[in-house]
Design a protein around this ligand. Sequence first.
Ligand code: NAD
Length: 480
Amino acid sequence: MNDDHDYPKPTLFIAGVWRAAGDGATIPVVDPATGATIADLPVATQGDLDEALAAADAGFKIWRAVSAYDRARVLRRAADLLRERASQIGAISTREQGKPISESTAEAFACADIFDWYAEEARRAYGRIVPSKHPGVRHLVTKEPIGPVAAFSPWNFPTTIPSRKLAAALAAGCSVIIKPAEETPGSALALARALDDAGLPKGVLNVVFGVPPDISSYLIASPVIRKITFTGSTAVGKQLGVLAARVMKPTTMELGGHAPVIVFADADLDRAVPMLAAGKYRNAGQICIAPTRFYLHESIHDAFVEKFAAAAARLRLGNGLDPATTMGPLANPRRLSAMHDMVAEAAATGARVVTGGDATGGAGNFWQPTVLADVPNAARIMNEEPFGPVAVTQRFDRFDDVVAQANRLPYGLAAYAWTRSARTAADIGDVIEAGMVGINFVGLTGPETPFGGVKESGHGSEGGSEGLDAYLHHKYIAQG
Ligand code: NAD
């Protein structure tokens, strides 16, 4: 039994009870900065999942009957508790995920903003009255909560990604069973604790962990579940999409990305480089909207690379709990071996390693902030999401050519462009195939704006009024 006093003991949360798995089975939770096991995580049995389904079914009947006004009060109270607890929650996230404590604490505060925003939006699920051609008949279009939700969230933003799903689903009046990533259980449990303390009725939210494909296939097939939401890789998203299609259930899929960054000849490099370097290396690059493929106009390519590599080399790697750390370890050993494979293959294919390019060695999953210049399209890293602290560059000359390169991949999540020209900004915004476009800006995440992709980056939006709509269905009532 592991017993690390700085890290809360993880449990399942079913029908309002914080408890172990039915058969007592556990898997280890590992600190990515040290490699040490910090806790034992319960692995839900099928019996536990049945209890969670029964609780979500009963919880839905209770919660949908609560007015939007009163649902909002619970969510706002949870938001206040998250703000009060932000530094403790930040420390939990850093222990299990690795990111610098400043990033994880800011993330906990961002969760509070998400809950506050959806508390307000809960009260704006307006329907409409459509004029009828039949005298005395009213056509009403109302919005109803879609039903119990099965949510699957990853480890890279262990509090904000679950928050986007929970806040919107609960605001809409749905109950939820969430399976957060097994790597980062403490962060999601801290959210559940805040909601429980805020007065969310028992059973409305249930948290389970275990073997991901076993849990997702069981929950998706259950007649109790009416909606599936997943954030993670495109490969897993497709598997869950097939399972959902078999039982005709709607999905929101927030999947992988490989964001192009187009820097035109007239860009303000003094503004672009620090913003893009911060966007690239935040969370050690493990962000689906991280700027990744840098298409640099040939007149500024070398100057940009020099400044950008200098910014990368200034980052201070270390344990995220050390306040001086500006980049932590990768979240798990899988990412470290992915970096090894992709960077070595790119170098062998002709890329130039400008800075970084290797693990730091020693304990923990530390990979140096890396810049690879002039990477050919044949390299794997130009085609597969690196999900790590690596920027890759190519040169371009003509607008149409760079657009073709940027749109070349099946991904379509985020894209970025830098220019001082209003014409170029408007043109690039129109032609880029992405769900989100940052022009002279990288901050694309906010509770009030839609977040989602096109092509194989998924479908549906989280955030904004679109995020609430994902948990509502439209009902037409003709009243004569
Ligand atoms: P992965 O695809 O195995 O897992 C991603 C997440 O999905 C994890 O949290 C995992 O627990 C969950 N998961 C895996 N299989 C599942 C299943 N059958 N049912 C339900 N949940 C399941 O990948 P990984 O090794 O953890 O991460 C690497 C890749 O995942 C990255 O290259 C990146 O493309 C993607 N990823 C994307 C995001 C995002 O924000 N879109 C977040 C994390 C990971």
